[in-house]
Design a protein around this ligand. Structure first.
Ligand SMILES: [Zn+2]
Length: 274
């Protein structure tokens, strides 16, 4: 084939693929570390079950097709991955994404190198929060395209590699919005409050289960306005923006988790940048 035909052919293939993909796939399929993989599970009469790394995965129906919405942990290396469904292994490819670095200076050195008493507290709190992330309720989320919990500019992106006083700690597992203290935080989809707490790093925190392991977490709040067991309508206020825990100032921090993997919330508000 003459070389000059290649760009035209590529264009045709790209156009074809865009039309073949479902709306949810086009919206959410960002298969990178810290992203989301959307995998077609076919058109069975009953909802198929699927697992990834041994954990149950969110399955939704679009028109006649079932789709697995898989959270890809930040720790996954680019390359081939697979989910299991109905005794079959379904492969997908994880691409590359480079996350920037951020250097933060903290006056409170306990927030960088905690003493044994604080370490013990942190360990207990982490276990409690991981348990919440691993809970899996049967209901289907009210919406996958999420509302922004607050109106304001983004201040820190998901996945940023963070160095506190020169020491590398866990990467940024959520998205920050620059909004004043006291701003109401609204749940971006309907859900049930499954955990609240006042944690060493996260401060005042609320977990909302949107269904099937699709979970929002809000932290550093000045005030919590809900309690465990509350059923929230889409847009209900969960609390107010603050700077409790390890925060250098008031902001709204929002995590999204799928199958116990923290993924980029920007994907769900149409603000993902490859
Ligand atoms: Zn944050």
């Amino acid at each position: 084939m003459p070389r000059f035909f290649a760009p035209l052919l590529l264009l045709c293939l790209t156009t074809f693929n865009a039309h073949a993909d479902s709306y949810i796939t086009r919206l959410l399929n960002k298969p990178v570390p810290g992203g989301v993989a959307v995998i077609d599970l076919g058109s069975a009469a009953q909802a198929p079950k699927a697992t990834y790394q041994g954990k149950p995965v969110l399955v939704v129906k679009e028109q006649n097709n079932w789709l697995a919405i898989v959270g890809v942990p930040l720790t996954v290396k680019p390359g081939s991955q697979q989910i299991s469904s109905g005794g079959r292994n379904l492969p997908f490819t994880v691409g590359n994404k480079k996350y920037p670095e951020q250097h933060i200076t903290l006056k409170n050195t306990q927030q960088v190198n905690p003493n044994p008493a604080n370490l013990k507290r942190i360990e207990g709190e982490l276990a409690e929060q991981i348990k919440a992330y691993r809970s899996f309720s049967p209901n289907t989320p009210s919406n996958l395209l999420l509302d922004k919990p607050v109106n304001g500019p983004l201040s820190s992106k998901f996945g940023v590699r963070r160095f506190f006083n020169g020491e590398e700690r866990n990467p940024h597992a959520g998205l920050d919005f620059a909004v004043p203290a006291g701003t109401p935080i609204k749940t971006p989809a309907a859900g049930k409050v499954i955990l609240t707490g006042n944690y060493f790093f996260n401060g005042n925190t609320v977990f909302v289960d949107h269904g099937q392991g699709f979970i929002s977490m809000f932290c550093h709040m000045s005030k919590i306005d809900v309690k465990v067991g509350d059923q929230l309508a889409r847009g209900a206020v969960v609390g107010k923006v603050g700077s409790t825990g390890r925060a250098t100032g008031p902001h709204m921090h929002w995590n999204i988790s799928l199958n116990d993997a923290r993924v980029d919330p920007a994907i769900f508000i149409g603000a993902f940048q490859p």
